[in-house]
Design a protein around this ligand. Structure first.
Ligand code: SF4
Ligand code: SF4
Ligand code: SF4
Length: 249
């Protein structure tokens, strides 16, 4: 379990480095362009799968795959503004989802009227060749903004407050069966897991509740909390029946 975070780190770095080469497969921003051009691309299919499996394994797409999240993690180690944990606002997330999809669909309709597109087709590796450089610059802007936001604000602020995909995965992740679980009898309440958590989840507040389940839909299943706990008290586990865990008083 301790090694899980090392694997997580390797995975995030690999996908970060691969994204500029396989932009059309890995970059979530390309979903907007896919709708714009009326093409179902691999990045859309991949994230559709991540959304569908989020009630089972939580936000592994955000924690193991997304280059934007990784870029934020790298700079937020040195973030200037330390903020307290705040639950993301549902209305703000809904607004981001509506803005993202309605603008892309509006352009798709305009393109259709102009005769540039005809409905939707499936082309997993779609990328307009003459747009290669355009997408490379989009990648650089994405990386730059993620690094700046990570440096300025709390960990994964953009993931919690701006990203439409974060909102969709988080909705499914509320029911996730894979969650961090604290053995209350072993825990020394040192707070190290919370301090090191990539999302700054208030783990100690959950520990105080006493049943040891860290049921926070922002958790990205990175495993860092398990790696830093000296008491070996926190583990990622599949929990099929949450009611089985009774609070220890
Ligand atoms: S919330 Fe969005 S930007 Fe953040 S890791 Fe998930 S998909 Fe990437
Ligand atoms: S790091 Fe381990 S011992 Fe410390 S608060 Fe977290 S779970 Fe408890
Ligand atoms: S609670 Fe643990 S697994 Fe979840 S995001 Fe925080 S460090 Fe990662």
């Amino acid at each position: 379990m301790k090694k899980l975070y090392s694997w997580n780190f390797i995975s995030r770095i690999i996908f970060l480095l691969l994204t500029p080469v396989f932009f059309q497969i890995f970059a979530i921003g390309f979903i907007w362009h896919s709708i714009y051009w009326g093409v179902i691309t691999s990045v859309m299919l991949i994230w559709m799968i991540f959304i569908l499996i989020s009630p089972l394994v939580g936000r592994i797409g955000c924690g193991w795959f997304c280059f934007m999240g990784t870029a934020t993690d790298l700079s937020s180690e040195h973030s200037i503004i330390k903020m307290k944990w705040r639950k993301p606002k549902v209305w703000a997330r809904l607004l981001m989802i509506i803005m993202f999809f309605s603008s892309a669909i509006a352009f798709n309709i305009i393109n259709s009227h102009r005769g540039i597109t005809h409905g939707f087709s499936i082309d997993p590796l779609f990328l307009k060749p003459d747009f290669n450089w355009h997408y490379a610059s989009v990648w650089m802007i994405d990386i730059g903004s993620a690094l700046i936001l990570g440096l300025l604000l709390e960990r994964r602020w953009a993931c919690k407050n701006l990203c439409f995909m974060g909102a969709l995965c988080s909705a499914g992740s509320s029911w996730s069966r894979l969650i961090p679980v604290v053995d209350i009898n072993k825990c020394t309440s040192c707070g190290k897991c919370e301090k090191e958590c990539l999302v700054r989840i208030p783990i100690t507040d959950y520990i105080k509740k006493g049943n040891g389940l860290i049921t926070n839909s922002e958790c990205i299943i990175c495993g860092k909390c398990t790696a830093v706990c000296k008491a070996d008290a926190i583990k990622l586990k599949f929990v099929w029946r949450r009611k089985k865990y009774v609070a220890v008083k």
